[in-house]
Design a protein around this ligand. Sequence first.
Ligand code: ZN
Length: 181
Amino acid sequence: MITRSEQRRAQRRALEYLERAHVIMTAEERERVEVADFGLSMLEYFGVQTLTYFNTERICAKQIVLFPNQICPEHWHPRVGEDPGKEEIMRVRWGIVYVYIPGAEIEPSVRDRIPERKEYFTVGKEVILRPGEQIILPPGTVHWFQAGPEGAVIDDFSTTSRDVLDQFTDPDIVRTTQVVD
Ligand code: ZN
């Protein structure tokens, strides 16, 4: 849960990052940056700010903004009927992003960077992405990611997004953000 003013502040702040990353947006797009706190009410620690350009029956493109050290919690995109699940390509445009996927334990130094709810992070193979670098996440891949100390802007390309169906390791996560006045 976030407050209306917290939401507005995060939207404005996300726009500053998008401008810094030279993202070109229409006035209409600038009005619809989404803020997600995953129901954990710790936006500074756990959250993402997104601007979805389009999300059709087959493909999706969005910008993801992360504030300094902000974490997108561990999740995967499950099969939905005939669809094997979202295939996602994250390409960093600005800042540094640490992506974690299956293949190794989480290093103690990385675990130290998770400020809360550490028990809900299980995959620890680290891929460090700097501007112009990308990772392809096949459907069903468990992943989580964290911005470096300056924050980050990511170009995110994928098959259709069905955010509400995403599966999270943390059982307390709620994908729909509740905004209160
Ligand atoms: Zn994902």
